[in-house]
Design a protein around this ligand. Structure first.
Ligand SMILES: NC(=O)c1ccc[n+]([C@@H]2O[C@H](COP(=O)([O-])OP(=O)(O)OC[C@H]3O[C@@H](n4cnc5c(N)ncnc54)[C@H](O)[C@@H]3O)[C@@H](O)[C@H]2O)c1
Length: 356
């Protein structure tokens, strides 16, 4: 039984607690939060006895095998490195860090340690996406020429997820002083992983980030200065080109990912709000021989349904048991962080930037 300690008992931690409790090979035995009321509410709900207000106490006093780091972005580095130094396997929320330099420090801390490390790029839980990646890598759509990917959220234009103007859990995401890297750091990190994994390394990019709140605009002590939306053009090492975009202003979409990849022999596409229940399928076409006969005779796409694949939580526990680090590991988290840093640089300078 792998004993997990959760650090940061906010919104996403509920998902971690359920997943590690539901897994017959793991349990959540300790939790920590700087907010004591929240800590107690969470521990009561998930039946967790060992409760701490600092990660140092948790690491000293509990006997966990692994830490699930579900604190806000600004604490990912410090808490993960502390856990690694105490020889705990580490499952960290995305983004891995606030920048590439910090992400590298987290990877460096793992050197010489036999510890499983994983970053929660949660859209990898989609079995349709896993199969799509396999198909593209096996060459089923030929050489990749073109792609586009979008991550559309609407919490700045709708109340679907609650009123962002009143709740700290949304406001910190709009404020660089509170460790947010905006839409790019929050959901851009997902869509860059999602878009590039089936295709390969990004060689160069040209990004444009925009903040719609006026300069100095504030709610409570949150200055609303983080980017709200971004567009990126990319070129991959294999020559393919495409666009990768994300926004929090996509009215009509609560939380939607879309990816289309076009090769010289076929194409694939996938889109969903929820990776597990809706992400269990994708579309494929190799309908290249058909000649136009009538407007009714559309080019054909085949729906490919996929059995469930293991979630990141399941693969983390399996990794510890088998001592084989499954994807996505800290190195992948750092690779994506490097791409994000280059997006900020490109947007500031107003031109293309090479990734390496
Ligand atoms: N993988 C995903 O799809 C996904 C989805 C949502 C959030 N996230 C990530 O999860 C992380 C947390 O997001 P959230 O929505 O749960 O935020 P949240 O604000 O709801 O919860 C964060 C919790 O951490 C606590 N905390 C802050 N500093 C701490 C510290 N030093 N030690 C211990 N506890 C501390 C806060 O009191 C709060 O209870 C973020 O990095 C976010 O990007 C990932």
């Amino acid at each position: 039984m792998i004993k997990v300690g959760i650090v940061g008992t906010g919104g996403i931690a509920e998902w971690h607690a359920s997943a590690f409790k539901d897994n017959k090979n793991s349990d959540v035995v300790a939790a920590c939060d700087v907010n004591n009321d929240r800590l107690n509410e969470f521990c009561d709900k998930f039946n967790i006895d060992h409760r701490y207000n600092s990660v140092d106490e948790l690491l000293e006093q509990s006997d966990v095998d692994a830490i699930s780091n579900t604190t806000p972005d600004a604490f990912h580095k410090e808490i993960s490195i502390k856990a690694i130094e105490k020889n705990k396997h580490i499952f960290c929320e995305k983004p891995l860090a606030e920048n590439y330099a910090d992400a590298k420090l987290m990877c460096d801390a793992l050197k010489g340690k036999n510890l499983i490390n994983m970053v929660n790029f949660s859209y990898r839980n989609s079995s349709g996406y896993q199969e799509l990646c396999k198909m593209v890598k096996e060459g089923k759509i030929g050489n990749i020429m073109h792609m586009d990917a979008n991550y559309n959220q609407s919490w700045l234009t709708s109340n679907y997820w609650g009123n962002w103007k009143e709740q700290d859990k949304w406001l910190w995401r709009l404020s660089t002083n509170h460790g947010s890297k905006g839409t790019l750091g929050d959901i851009g990190v997902h869509i860059f992983d999602f878009a590039s994994r089936p295709i390969g390394k990004i060689k160069k990019l040209n990004s444009f980030l925009k903040t719609f709140h006026s300069k100095g605009e504030k709610i409570k002590d949150y200055i609303l200065d983080a980017n709200d939306t971004f567009l990126s053009m990319v070129e991959f090492d294999n020559g393919a080109i495409g666009t990768i975009n994300a926004t929090r202003f996509a009215t009509g979409y609560s939380n939607r990912l879309e990816l289309r990849i076009f090769g010289d022999k076929g194409a694939v596409k996938i889109e969903f709000d929820d990776p597990i229940n809706e992400g269990n399928k994708f579309m494929f076409t190799n309908d290249t021989e058909r000649e136009f006969s009538s407007k009714k005779d559309k080019l054909k796409w085949e729906e490919i349904n996929c059995p469930p694949s293991p979630t990141n939580f399941e693969r983390f526990i399996e990794s510890i048991e088998s001592n084989t680090n499954h994807e996505p590991d800290f190195d992948r988290g750092a690779e994506i962080q490097n791409i994000l840093d280059k997006c900020y640089e490109s947007s500031e300078l107003g031109h293309w930037i090479d990734i390496n």
